[in-house]
Ligand binder design. Sequence first.
Ligand SMILES: Cc1cc2nc3c(=O)[nH]c(=O)nc-3n(C[C@H](O)[C@H](O)[C@H](O)COP(=O)(O)OP(=O)(O)OC[C@H]3O[C@@H](n4cnc5c(N)ncnc54)[C@H](O)[C@@H]3O)c2cc1C
Length: 383
Amino acid sequence: MAEAETLVIGGGVVGASVAYHLAERGARDVLILEREAEQGRGSTGAATGGVRAQFETEINIQMSVYSIDFFENWDHDCGYEPRGYLFFATEPEHFAYLKRNVELQRSLGVKGVETVGPEAIREMIPGMNCSDILGGSFGRQDGFIDPLAVMRGFTECALDGGARLETGTRVLKILTDNGRVTGVETETGRIECGRVVVCTGAWAAELAATAGISLPVEPLRRQIVWARSAEPLPPGLPMVIDLGTGFHFRPAKNSEHELMFAYPDPSERPSFSRGLDDAFVEKIRDRARHRAPWLYETEVVREKCRVGLYENTPDHHAILGGCEVEGLYFANGFSGHGVMHSPATGRALAEIILDGRASFLDVSMLSLNRFARGELLHETAFI
Ligand SMILES: Cc1cc2nc3c(=O)[nH]c(=O)nc-3n(C[C@H](O)[C@H](O)[C@H](O)COP(=O)(O)OP(=O)(O)OC[C@H]3O[C@@H](n4cnc5c(N)ncnc54)[C@H](O)[C@@H]3O)c2cc1C
């Protein structure tokens, strides 16, 4: 029977980061199992690569501060481009919320984040209709990364550090005995191991159930409409988010005419569907109409639209760490932030597994048992 000391199930950006951080800490015999023929066919390959520290909860802000610093200083090119994120508010209570968040973000070490008035927004984004905008917040260090480059970088570093990767290997079952992990059953046979880290994104709940663990992670389709504008986009256009509706848009990398739109459609129901819905494209167009000609006088580039799955938890925060089965760990439920938080996640899991707890950052509030204890977190700035 095949053996490994630690199995990382799922070779997306999160599994790759966990394997890298384990290898970096000197963990021997780490094996990544990926069911597809190549990595990146899960959510990581669909992600657009936004990265931001503008969150509401301390833990999300801290995970971002750590991760943005990592992306900025990594010797692997991950495409980090600090173009900024602008949140804008059309309701007084939303503007007040952004102001509170900016204070908290600054107190936690976020650099270059400030509140801005409608005039500053008008100057920042010429041609956008700002008549109903009361103000907003702008984070200079927020911006874009290349999700597949991040995943490949972590994978290369993990393999250099002695980890192994096996693609085309679907895990069917996590094996346990007397409350301990003993291995996994794959389509091609059993692998014995003492530690399993589940990094299977939107598909994690089913696998967790094979070990008797209820993991509250639901798949939710996420559609990104890619369009080409007749007019050139304003130079230096950042990510722009209407806090009231969640409607947002950003320029495509290295393009003066192409951009991506999305919004959290409240009519979307949990499912594994990954098809582009024409009705959604129309809803996006409706939201764009009001803001600027370069947003609605656009042609949809269907072959570049992206559809993938968010892996949502009830409180829109990740689940990091162990559970009642000894040797079984989770890094799941990023609810749309798994790429940007992958550096902090990998380090947290490596420390939890090797030292018993994460010491670079207290991530204990992200443990699975918060749901049983009713200690859910609260973040409304999810998009
Ligand atoms: C359209 C879209 C846009 C997004 N935009 C952003 C963004 O701007 N910024 C950001 O930070 N995040 C974004 N996200 C979220 C981000 O993509 C995810 O949070 C992140 O990719 C999760 O990484 P992962 O490695 O956990 O999951 P995945 O990338 O899904 O990887 C899981 C892997 O597990 C494998 N797997 C599943 N089951 C098994 C099994 N039984 N055995 C073996 N292998 C298995 C899958 O094949 C897959 O490769 C976006 C997501 C979508 C869908």
